[in-house]
Ligand binder design. Structure first.
Ligand code: FAD
Length: 177
């Protein structure tokens, strides 16, 4: 059996990126091991197909949490991808960064270089901004489309209402995207 320089267990979001980075210069033999099947599956190719794979044991581990005391001891259904691409193959395709203040908090906690200003160029380096009706390139950067023009106005009204009510319930505020 051939030797490998790196063995990566799990071909999900992290494992696939890691395998790509490690094999890019052609110097290393990388073995990527995945428990699930190929991602050659109709509902993995269809936007919003995640409604069909949400509970499909062929591509989903279908976990349940333990009883959560903070949730009245309920056990929640916890889907996780079990297929090439992992959870990114069955997810909802929503793309967003964390809040800038969260990155800045990491940096302030003793992690230089993790502040939002430093991290943003890294996001820019792997994003390929395309129109929503453009065909996806088969290979390359992460394709991202801004569909905020298509939001129903009700969404903004809902968040405005939530922000008005939030001070009465907790310190949580909602961001209008
Ligand atoms: C239904 C759903 C909707 C989501 N929607 C969004 C969204 O819209 N936007 C967003 O940003 N995020 C979304 N997420 C979250 C996002 O997809 C995950 O956070 C991300 O994919 C996690 O990446 P990961 O590499 O940590 O794990 P995963 O991508 O889950 O990869 C883990 C991989 O390891 C494999 N594996 C596990 N154990 C073994 C083993 N013993 N041997 C071999 N292989 C193994 C699994 O089969 C899996 O393929 C969603 C997640 C789900 C489940």
């Amino acid at each position: 059996m051939a030797g490998f320089d790196y063995i990566i267990i799990g071909a999900g979001s992290a494992g696939c990126v890691l395998a790509d980075r490690l094999s890019l210069n052609g110097k290393f033999q990388v073995l990527l091991v995945e428990a699930g099947p190929s991602d050659d599956h109709f509902w993995l190719r269809v936007p919003l197909g995640y409604g069909m794979t949400f509970d499909d044991s062929r591509v989903n581990w279908r976990y349940h949490t333990i009883a959560e005391t903070g949730l009245g001891n309920r056990q929640l259904y916890w889907p996780r991808g079990r297929v090439l691409g992992g959870s990114s193959s069955i997810n909802a395709l929503v793309y967003h960064y964390g809040q800038p203040a969260d990155y800045d908090d990491w940096a302030a906690s003793g992690n230089p270089g993790w502040d939002y200003h430093s991290i943003k160029p890294i996001y820019d380096s792997f994003e390929d901004i395309i129109r929503a009706d453009e065909e996806l390139p088969k290979i390359g950067k992460l394709s991202v489309s801004d569909v905020s023009d298509e939001y129903h106005p009700l969404k903004s009204h809902f968040f405005l209402m939530a922000n008005c009510l939030a001070p009465f319930f907790s310190a949580t505020y909602f961001v209008v995207l």
